[in-house]
Ligand binder design. Sequence first.
Ligand code: SAM
Length: 222
Amino acid sequence: MRFEKSIRKFNKQHSEITKRWLKRQDRDPFVHQARAEGFRSRAVYKLQEIHQKYGVLRSGTVVLDLGAAPGSWTQWCVHQGCYVVAVDRLPMDPLSGATVVCADLQDETAEAVIQEALSGRIPQVILSDMAPNTTGHRATDHLQVMALCDLVLSWALMMLPVGGCMVIKSFDGSETQDFLKACRRDFDRVSRYKPSASRKESSEFYIIAQGFRGPPAQEQVP
Ligand code: SAM
């Protein structure tokens, strides 16, 4: 009896959240614009604005798009003439001009999966719009996204050529400054930016690291 009551309460709260989400989507101009322009998500306008400000892509660039589903960033990069390897743990509809891979990037096999999908190509740009399933607890969500940021940075150090670029989504919090400092060790220019399509109430922002200096020198063992 008590269990049924809890289920009813959960369902009611859940449908309230869904209703609020639908209402917010309906009022959101970026949602309408994305639909009208044939993009799979409003997230496309975040990358567009980042590109307008920092010039991260060129036609012919090989792009590794991590956390790519439903795929608006991949769509936009393909429109710019880039070749994209797109990875997400959720299934994503195929797209001509892109290799789409379904994999959890926190699995041990992730690096091998990425290398196989790249099949010898070297990405000049690594994008990550990966977001953990948020809990609503700011500090927890921050630490979870930082774990993803650390992963992406480690791959960038391994895969990018000199001059390469990385764009990563993050949530502001206690580890932000240390992460920016880590990026500044290996990139000439590191900026943080919150595009206008990023919701004001969210602590989300993007790190744009440009001018990769090359893989860090191996420490000499005396
Ligand atoms: N940039 C995308 C677009 O333009 O459509 C939207 C990306 S969405 C905000 C974040 C994505 O990150 C989700 O599709 C989620 O499945 C993915 N993601 C989160 N953690 C991941 C992980 N560990 N491995 C792979 N994908 C992950």
